[in-house]
Design a protein around this ligand. Structure first.
Ligand code: FMN
Length: 230
């Protein structure tokens, strides 16, 4: 596969055919993914391959509430759970979405499709091994997760090389205590995300992204725009 085309055209897949995926393929995808860059090469990732239908269904059900809350915030024009934002306004929108149930049906249908994926992987980061250089800044750490998400992106690319598609999801972080209990997660692990992989009903390759000049500047954050000629 052409590297640039793959970088520019590996969209999220949330709907899968019935075709199964062999364990060998999943093992191979993980075997490629482990070469991801990561802080101090501590390789602080942990993967739980969810196979038991009871566990998979429980994870599906846990996804519903956060997904509905996400929807309510998006429809109201918020960036859901942005670290900086109006939390009271956010809470009001979430609460009204819960009360009137207007998103329940659409959310249930979508989640049902996504969780029919033949492969579901829960991915964790190990707080005892993550090099979080921004740990002491008194704000959210950006750096800790950065040692896990390239690994997850490698899973996406590895899946693509096997003719599969997938999606990185993070909704379960909203219900992490329940996930901990269900998957027997020790305290030093934090959930980074849940990935679904399978044969795509459709592999999106035309992705919507803003141009370079919208986010790149020279010398200072408020410096001249870079990349306008692309
Ligand atoms: C950190 C992260 C969290 C995400 N969380 C979710 C999620 O919880 N559910 C979901 O359906 N997609 C999730 N996505 C996928 C994004 O929605 C998707 O990448 C984005 O909308 C752009 O669409 P595209 O990947 O098809 O181009 C996530 C992606 C990333 C990188």
């Amino acid at each position: 596969m052409d590297l640039v085309a793959t970088l520019r055209g590996t969209g999220s897949v949330r709907e899968f055919t019935d075709e199964p995926v062999d364990d060998d393929v999943v093992a191979r995808i993980l075997d490629h993914a482990r070469f991801a860059p990561n802080g101090g090469n501590r390789q602080a990732w942990k993967v739980v391959f969810l196979k038991d239908p009871t566990v998979r269904n429980a994870m599906r059900d846990l996804y519903l509430g956060p997904w509905r809350d996400y929807f309510a915030q998006t429809v109201a024009g918020f960036t859901p759970w942005a670290p900086i934002g109006d939390r009271d306004a956010e809470e009001r929108v979430i609460e009204s979405g819960r009360l009137n149930g207007e998103y329940d049906e659409i959310v249930r249908d979508r989640v049902e499709l996504t969780f029919a994926a033949p492969v579901i992987l829960a991915i964790f980061g190990d707080f005892e091994r993550l090099v979080a250089t921004d740990r002491d800044l008194g704000r959210y750490t950006m750096v800790a997760g950065a040692s896990i998400y390239p690994f997850m992106w490698n899973i996406m690319l590895g899946a693509r090389s096997e003719g599969l598609g997938g999606v990185i999801t993070t909704m379960h972080a909203r219900v992490e205590p329940e996930v901990r209990e269900l998957l027997h997660v020790p305290q030093h692990l934090a959930l980074a995300g849940v990935m679904m992989l399978g044969h795509p009903v459709h592999q999106p390759t035309k992705l919507r992204r803003e141009p370079v000049s919208s986010f790149a500047t020279v010398d200072r954050c408020d410096g001249p725009s870079f990349g306008a000629d692309l």
